[in-house]
Design a protein around this ligand. Sequence first.
Ligand SMILES: [Cu+2]
Length: 321
Amino acid sequence: MRYGASNTAEAVNSAFLFIFITCVALLALITCLMIAFVIKYHHSRHTQVVNIKGNAALEVIWTVIPTILVLIMFYYGVAGFRVMRVGPANAFQVHVTGRMWSWLFTYKNGIQSDTLKIPVDTTIKTVISSQDVLHSFFIPAFRIKQDAVPGRENHLYFKAYRVGSYDVMCAEFCGLRHAYMLSKVEVMPKQAFFDWYAKNKPKELPKVKPGASRTAQLAARGAQLVQLKGCTTCHSADGSKKVGPSFKGLYGSMVTVATRGKTRTVTADDAYLRRSILEPGADVVKGHLNIMPSQKGLLTDEEAESLIAHIAGLKGGKAEQ
Ligand SMILES: [Cu+2]
């Protein structure tokens, strides 16, 4: 019989349920005995103090029974741990990357997504890592939580039992917008999932109007990338200030930056934007902290170009700083 949203939830729930029921039973037993003894051995009924010298049978009982209970708890713990750590070789693999402050899911065929789409009833092997600081990949409904550590890959297996949408969180305080590191696991029917998986062409530029210019195509791709690459957690497109400056009206405007400690004013052209994205520490925008993660090695040339084309398209309005 299955219960819970996944095999991991089932394992953790059984361990929890066993411990909980044992505790409640013991609490009830001990409380009842205590009350019974208070009444039975009240001093009005027992005027004479008795010296009791051990009871072998009782001692064996209260050693053996708790030992068995604890061993059962241990069994549930190990069994549940194995469900999470050991999986079949043909498990469906997804890379999970934590970064300030969003999750990125990368599939074997190159698809990248900011929500975790998976097929139901299929063992998933997540390979968990981080781009910057410590994060923790947490799916409460599946009862799983695993640290995302830079420079290291942690593995976690699970199998979802029910189609549906579940929360993904970060459970390791990772900076300013840690609490907003939310995403979803979408458990899909197998057929629907593999259709999506086969159809989604990760490296293809999106189709804009037929005959649209390459710049328009790049800008459309850029609009997807700001979401996928996690730029939107720190940058808005409507002029409002987040952790970083807004992209609105940025292109072509004059920006005051600190370059190696010296304040100067530069024009936000293609070269400046490229540098800001690949080496954010080179020119730090005035009024902001130097905390943008470098995108060097994380973006292809075409992706960088797309992001710049997208930002260039967000003219209008004065850039807020
Ligand atoms: Cu985090």
